[in-house]
Design a binder for this molecule. Structure first.
Ligand code: CP
Ligand code: NVA
Length: 313
């Protein structure tokens, strides 16, 4: 792939809420900019004077830190607001807060439960809104993961990405992104915990370059994989189901036996935080094919690309 420098704001995006909203060219444009930012010899500060508001209804380490560091490196400022302090949706409605944020700041990152809350914020705020994870999607993670795969494999088209485990927010965003850049994605999840049918059907019915399929058997899925990806069995907000889920997902662990069915050079991926001994063994987590900490680093570069696109114009 040839990386071309992009003009800020040239991709025509107002928000970054879901990879379903982006076309192939827009995703490739962000990947290209992430590469430029990661490999730049000298610092560029296109966001001097710009402020980004960060709001988290759920815990976060990577997302919060990478957005804060990213804004600093681009010359701007990040302001973390405590949910308790602002009482979003309680002290005042989201639609009022959205219009106030837009009078002071230049962008908002929201991590929350309901996807509809992210959509409402974006509807009422005249400034860009970035989805920092909700119950349905985690688009920043998926963009960084696709960037990591391209960096490690040198290409995306035709690669087989196998996701093993809970058909959750991370899985949904990966499906939406991977299919648009020409990857084949196979999801192996137990019945009742598979990705949302509407999301799968929408991808299968669209004219995207790659395809997605959902199966139950992780061994069948992993055969010939170029990348094996997993995430926690219990996502934030579902903690009460953790014991039940441990039993249901026990055959969906990334262990050396399962991984041996994939290609010898298959990448091992996890968005973190990980629960060693549950969805992934310590041995696989620490194996030479694991690119888990590169994924974490690439959150910074991918999100800087998003920030330059949305706030840089
Ligand atoms: N992967 C990820 O989003 O990490 P945090 O929950 O720590 O932000
Ligand atoms: N699926 C996980 C991702 C954490 C980054 C969760 O939502 O808790």
């Amino acid at each position: 792939m040839i990386y071309l420098p992009l003009i800020m704001g040239s991709l025509g995006l107002k928000d970054f809420l879901s990879l379903a909203d982006l076309d192939t060219k827009q995703i490739q444009g962000l990947l290209s900019r992430a590469f430029d930012l990661k490999t730049a010899k000298k610092a560029d500060c296109p966001l001097i004077g710009k402020s980004l508001v960060l709001i988290f209804r759920k815990p976060s380490m990577r997302t919060r830190l990478s957005f804060e560091v990213g804004m600093y490196q681009l010359g701007g400022q990040a302001i973390g607001l405590s949910m308790q302090g602002i009482g979003l949706g309680e002290r005042e409605p989201v639609k009022d807060a959205a219009r106030v944020f837009a009078r002071y700041a230049h962008g908002i990152v929201l991590r929350t439960y309901a996807h509809t809350e992210v959509l409402e914020l974006a509807q009422y705020a005249d400034i860009p809104v970035i989805n920092g994870l909700d119950d349905l999607e985690h688009p920043c993670q998926a963009l960084a993961d696709i960037f990591t795969i391209q960096e490690k494999k040198g290409t995306l088209k035709g690669l087989k990405l196998v996701y093993v485990g809970d058909g959750n927010n991370v899985c949904h965003s990966l499906m939406q992104g991977a299919s648009k850049v020409g990857m084949e994605m196979v999801v192996a999840s137990p019945r009742g915990y598979q990705p949302k049918k509407e999301i799968v059907k929408k991808i299968q019915g669209s004219r995207v370059k790659g395809q997605v399929s959902v199966v139950e058997d992780p061994r069948e899925a992993v055969a010939g994989a170029d990348i094996i990806y997993t995430d926690v069995w219990t996502s934030m907000g579902r903690e009460k189901e953790a014991i039940k889920r441990k039993k249901i997902f026990k055959d969906y662990q990334l262990n050396s036996k399962l991984v041996s069915l994939a290609k010898k050079d298959a990448l091992i991926m996890h968005c973190l935080p990980a629960h060693r001994g549950e969805e992934i063994t310590d041995e696989v987590f620490e194996s030479k094919n694991s690119v888990i900490f590169d994924q974490a680093e690439n959150r910074l570069h991918a999100q800087k690309a998003i920030l330059v696109e949305l706030l840089g114009g």
